[in-house]
Design a binder for this molecule. Structure first.
Ligand code: GDP
Ligand code: MG
Length: 441
């Protein structure tokens, strides 16, 4: 997976200064592969990666994230952005009925979607009318009637002898019928072909001209991968559309089609279909699709966690101890180890309001010094760590010998610890942290 590959590329990198060109290149190489594996079209991948590199170059290295994580974060943000950021809502006509026309290849899921959309619209308080304009295949009308029944939504279809035999006049009549029967939304199901062809496009364009839809939704099977781009371009040029619906997301497609279609046509993705049941349908969520394309929901979660610097539960426990002046050297060591994994120690105190001064001091401690502090605490017995008051002169000598430092350094650490603990407890009291004696303000 992408996460594994990134981990091996970035094992030895640390967050210092700016992201180096080499870091960015290495990370982008992996992301490029991930995008191609997700079936994003090559020209789209190229443009996208070029843009990411530009953006990554100007970025300061964060304290919480390593360079790879940071590039991934940028990529994720850009993906979510391209995929639409906030989901766009359906355009409703000022004067009902709102006309929604579905277009797409045969088998893309238009008829199924018509049912899903009708059910969803009904749930939103609308009174939709389904319209059968696929008169090409023998069973197409019946199929729409079946989904209409399931959704509890009426279907307008040509009847033998009622004079509306062609798709264009069915569409036109359906809008009149909708006005007459107080349907505020009309959903028009159209015919598709297995491939793009002139006749199909002309028919869709004729229906479009007859009813002037408020939304023309291009329905595309997420599993068709690279072909999504050519198909989308053909429909954009032949019919034009205002939004995209992705279907069959329950399959194993990584969803690159979404990015390609969106990138190439500039039209938003409004809905996602993920199954054969009427309820397998949702408005489109760009963030979910972004992590699906990257195939790294886990990495994104890790990034979020790293940014929070350390976990909330531990923070709470520590806060209680700080507030009651019970912080031990054991806690101190634990925190130090946890925070060292994440970045500078200063982040730990970043959690405490008003700890600015101490934060600066801690930021000045260099890594070597931290190693020695760690060695000293490791050289203490558990009892000493829990109750540092018991660390008398002879214990200090023993600890110094055991950890290879001068006694003065042990003295220093113990004294600084007591000072810090006192200061933190006072501060916690002032800011009303849990466990703080006089903090109930
Ligand atoms: P149309 O030719 O564009 O009208 O496509 P249909 O609505 O008839 O769908 C073609 C096939 O795909 C049918 O067998 C549907 O049950 C199936 N289908 C449609 N949408 C989905 C979906 O989101 N997930 C899955 N698994 N199957 C779907
Ligand atoms: Mg159909």
């Amino acid at each position: 997976t992408l996460s594994d590959r990134l981990t091996s590329v970035l094992k030895n990198l640390r967050g210092k200064g700016r992201l180096s060109e080499a870091d960015i290149d290495a990370t982008c190489r992996e992301i490029r592969i991930a995008l191609l594996e997700a079936d994003v079209a090559l020209p789209v991948v190229r443009t996208f990666i070029a843009h990411i590199k530009e953006r990554a170059k100007g970025t300061e290295v964060s304290q919480a994230l390593n360079p790879a994580q940071q590039v991934v974060k940028i990529v994720n943000e850009e993906l979510v952005g391209i995929l639409g950021g906030e989901t766009r809502r359906l355009n409703l006509a000022k004067t009902p009925p709102t006309v929604i026309m579905l277009a797409g290849l045969q088998g893309s899921g238009k008829t199924t979607l018509a049912g899903k959309l009708a059910r969803w619209l009904k749930e939103q308080g609308h009174a939709p009318l389904l319209v059968a304009c696929d008169l090409q295949r023998p069973n197409a009308v019946t199929q729409l009637q079946v989904v209409g029944d399931r959704a509890g939504v009426p279907v307008f279809a040509p009847e033998p002898g009622n004079g509306v035999g062609d798709p264009v006049s069915v569409a036109r009549k359906s809008v009149e019928q909708a006005k007459h029967a107080q349907h505020d939304v009309v959903v028009i199901d159209t015919a598709g072909r297995l491939g793009i062809d002139e006749e199909l496009m002309r028919q869709a364009a004729d229906i479009r001209d007859a009813v002037r839809p408020d939304e023309t939704l291009f329905v595309v099977d997420a599993m068709i991968g690279q072909d999504a781009v050519t198909t989308a371009e053909a429909f954009r040029d032949g019919v034009g559309f205002t939004g995209v619906v992705l279907t069959k997301l329950d399959g194993d497609a990584r969803g690159g089609a979404a990015l390609s279609v969106r990138h190439v046509t500039g039209q938003p993705i409004l809905f996602a279909s993920n199954g054969e049941q009427l309820t397998d349908f949702d408005v489109f969520h760009p963030d979910r699709m972004a992590s699906r394309i990257l195939g790294m929901g886990d990495v994104l979660t890790l990034i979020e966690q790293a940014e929070q610097a350390f976990d909330a539960k531990q923070a709470e426990q520590t806060a209680v101890k700080i507030g009651s002046g019970e912080l031990t050297l054991e806690d101190f060591l634990e925190q130090m180890l946890a925070v060292r994994k994440m970045g500078p120690l200063a982040n730990l105190l970043g959690m405490l309001p008003g700890a600015g001064q101490m934060k600066d001091q801690l930021a000045q401690l260099d890594e070597k010094h931290l190693d020695r502090v760690q060695a000293i605490i490791r050289g203490m017995t558990p009892a000493e760590r829990t109750d540092p008051k018991m660390i008398n002169a002879s214990r200090r000598q023993r600890i110094a010998r055991g950890s290879g430092v001068a006694v003065s350094e042990v003295n220093d650490l113990v004294n600084r610890f007591f000072e810090a603990r006192k200061m933190m407890a006072q501060m916690a009291g002032r800011f009303g942290l849990p466990g703080a004696g006089g903090g109930k303000s």
